[in-house]
Design a protein around this ligand. Sequence first.
Ligand SMILES: Cc1cc2nc3c(=O)[nH]c(=O)nc-3n(C[C@H](O)[C@H](O)[C@H](O)COP(=O)(O)O)c2cc1C
Length: 167
Amino acid sequence: MKKIGIYYGTSSGNTEEAAQLIAQKLGVASEDIHDIYKSKVSPLDYEVLLLGSSSTGAGDMQDDWETFLESLQKLDLTGKKVGLFSCGDAATFSDTFCGAMGKIYEGLKGTGCTFIGADVSTDGYTFDDSEAVVNDVFVGLPLDPDNESDLTESRIDAWLEKIKTEI
Ligand SMILES: Cc1cc2nc3c(=O)[nH]c(=O)nc-3n(C[C@H](O)[C@H](O)[C@H](O)COP(=O)(O)O)c2cc1C
């Protein structure tokens, strides 16, 4: 298995919980799970990066992500595989569901990375609009712990099955 690093930004803990669950299922050690607010470990230490953000404002990235995205954009991520996951709220923010994930996807396009798990079907999600939908699919894994926490684990399982074949 390639070396996997998980980086997340969270405001109330939901994305952290998702990161922990993803790590547990992939067998990623706790020292390889990083809260971007305080982590000093370089993403270049990893071959695979799983990056998580919740959305705030109107489809904006979680607050710590502005700085983290800028630091990622300065790196050459050629050869790195990058998977995105995101916590949002499709009921209250139906027009901007998981918008942060779309912004991160766009922001990383110039880094040379290869996206994995970037063709998640919108089937089973109820929302009006999302920047995270490109060519009719989500560019990563959207989760909605506020309204559909019962679906979180099965959504993660399905996504991990997909990315395991792409790593
Ligand atoms: C002020 C505010 C704005 C939000 N805006 C969005 C949004 O635009 N799109 C969305 O999908 N969720 C939005 N949310 C919902 C959060 O992204 C969601 O509750 C998420 O699970 C929080 O994860 P966290 O605890 O990791 O930060 C917003 C929440 C708050 C409090």
